[in-house]
Ligand binder design. Structure first.
Ligand SMILES: *Cc1c(COP(=O)(O)O)cnc(C)c1O
Length: 235
């Protein structure tokens, strides 16, 4: 199992690098986040020993359970929907919260960050295909939201994140990734205080190569590294 994880990481890194080169980009611009949700710490360790340091979790409880077990230089990403009453538990553990999409959540992040004397890095989650089932701001709301959140001095907006539609054919998501890039460029051009658009977190196992070709700076890969997930509890 462990050697399989090492091979998978190697494979994904190569694909990311090739996609970056195809787009005339430096592969170093793209950070690989190993999405370890539902997977045991032994599997995270197997990724760690081959140099992976960035891990993504979508549940606060699971992130908090793995956090003390993994080495101190592990970099944690909160990629799932975050409830306001759980912000306190993750705020001093994660390098980046990918899923900020409402002011209530921003307010709680602001106040918890203040209590802990830190600055919290976040991405604004965009529901780029405007799917009913998904969290995230609709593309037309993002600029207004960025301007509102700019007033929170404990929050640093670093860019945008999206979960593109599930599809068998990654080409179907190319236009969505393009729209994300355009949105980031447009907002960046507005020079909003305290709001940077450097990070574009997009692309998962099924579509990360297309996402990198279209400008992703972070890809979030679960299945492609750790294998299929089994869910015992209904989500
Ligand atoms: C689970 C998850 C991923 C990884 O999905 P895979 O298809 O297994 O690579 C990426 N992003 C988010 C937000 C997720 O919840």
């Amino acid at each position: 199992m462990e050697s399989r994880i090492a091979e998978n990481i190697e494979w994904v890194r190569e694909r990311v690098a090739a996609a970056a080169k195809r787009a005339g980009r430096d592969p170093k611009e793209v950070t690989l986040i190993a999405v370890s949700k539902t997977k045991p710490v032994e599997m995270l360790s197997a990724a760690y020993v081959v140099g992976e340091r960035q891990f993504g979790e979508n549940k606060v409880q699971e992130l908090c359970a793995k956090f003390p077990v993994m080495p101190k230089d592990t970099v944690w990403h909160m990629i799932g929907h975050l409830q306001t009453n759980k912000v306190r538990q993750v705020i001093d553990k994660v390098a980046l919260i990918h899923s900020v999409d409402n002011i209530k959540l921003a307010q709680v992040i602001q106040s918890e960050a203040e209590k802990k004397g830190r600055i919290c890095n976040v991405l604004l989650e965009v529901n780029i295909a405007e799917e009913n089932s998904k969290y995230g701001l609709s593309p037309s709301e993002v600029e207004k939201f960025a301007r509102e959140i700019a007033g929170f001095d404990r929050i640093r907006v670093c860019g945008l994140m999206t979960v593109a539609p599930f599809t068998e054919n990654p080409e179907e998501n190319r236009e969505y990734f393009r729209q994300m890039k355009r949105l980031a460029v447009d907002i960046s051009a507005k020079n909003i205080d305290n709001v940077s658009m450097k990070v574009l977190s997009m692309g998962m196992t099924g579509d990360y190569e297309v996402a990198v070709e279209e400008g992703a700076t972070m890809v979030r890969i679960g299945t492609g590294i750790f294998g299929e997930r089994e869910y015992n509890i209904k989500e």
